[in-house]
Design a binder for this molecule. Structure first.
Ligand code: GUN
Length: 283
């Protein structure tokens, strides 16, 4: 292995300790940062994610409320709950866990969340702020990836970054964050004919496609920073990313593992967004 491991677990611990300190200071001033998490339906993976978010809040001294609803909840009732949380001064961030049942329009739900409480950064307002280089909530997974890249000490300015994947939740905001940090950014996706042509030129690669072995050692420039957003299962049922870690670790300069890389950072940046939302309220 030539690459240095970028530990999302270690960086998360460090950032969460800072969150806890700032949350305690804010609480002492009478504003305890508060997150509301809404789960609709019985999706087992979503239930785990939501539980982890609530647990992380408690560990960092944030207030949280978890609202769990049956899959039959109407869209109107969900929107009414969001409106109530929008008006609740104890709540600084609102997160509706995705995916939602099919009868509920997710974009309508996201747009009902008050702009100043959109800690997921999924709304058109948040996405537009990012695209325009204005302040606003950054989507937690790409925001966490930026922190991981920054933690390597590699100067992003002028570097060639290749993002594999163009989802609204990861690929697109990731490309915009890298652009804002003055990287030259290429976005590759399922219709890119020769992915390796691009990745071989990249100083930074972020893989966010959801397919294992998308990035193999022959596709990586020696010394590159490799960030793996993937969460897949291999044939033995073991968690693995989009990157062939075993091969790429001998070529890259820095690499995130799966698990223990991007995963823990997503919840950490949710805590950061909620804290900063409360700090804005407190003034
Ligand atoms: N489902 C999977 N990841 C996420 C996330 O980051 N936020 C929300 N709201 N739902 C998700």
């Amino acid at each position: 292995m030539t690459a240095q491991l970028i530990s999302g677990t270690a960086l998360s611990q460090q950032i969460r300790a800072e969150v806890a300190t700032r949350a305690a200071a804010l609480t002492a001033r009478g504003v305890k940062p508060g997150l509301a998490v809404i789960l609709v339906g019985e999706d087992p993976a979503s239930a785990v994610y939501v539980r982890n978010k609530v647990k992380a809040c408690a560990e960092s001294g944030l207030h949280s409320v978890m609202e769990k609803y049956d899959a039959s909840l109407s869209e109107a009732d969900l929107l009414a709950r969001i409106e109530a949380l929008n008006a609740d001064p104890a709540i600084h961030g609102i997160l509706v866990q995705m995916p939602l049942p099919r009868h509920i329009n997710p974009q309508r739900v996201i747009e009902t969340i008050a702009d100043e409480k959109d800690v997921d950064g999924f709304s058109i307002h948040s996405a537009g702020s990012l695209a325009s280089g204005l302040p606003g909530f950054r989507a937690c997974t790409p925001y966490g990836c930026m922190k991981l890249i920054e933690s390597t000490g590699v100067d992003i300015r002028g570097k060639h970054a290749v993002v594999i994947g163009r989802s609204n939740t990861v690929g697109k905001p990731m490309a915009l964050l890298l652009l804002q940090a003055n990287a030259t950014v290429t976005v590759c996706h399922s219709a890119t004919p020769d992915l390796a042509l691009h990745t071989r030129q990249a100083d930074i690669v972020v893989a966010a496609v959801g397919r294992r072995n998308t990035l193999t050692a022959d596709m990586v420039k020696p010394g590159a920073v490799v960030i793996d957003v993937g969460m897949n299962r291999n044939d033995e049922g073991k968690l693995c990313g989009d990157v062939d870690f075993g091969g790429v670790k001998d070529v890259a300069g820095f690499i995130t593992p799966v698990p223990g890389g991007v995963g823990p950072m997503t919840i950490t940046m949710l805590l950061v967004n909620t804290l900063e939302s409360a700090e804005r309220v407190a003034g």
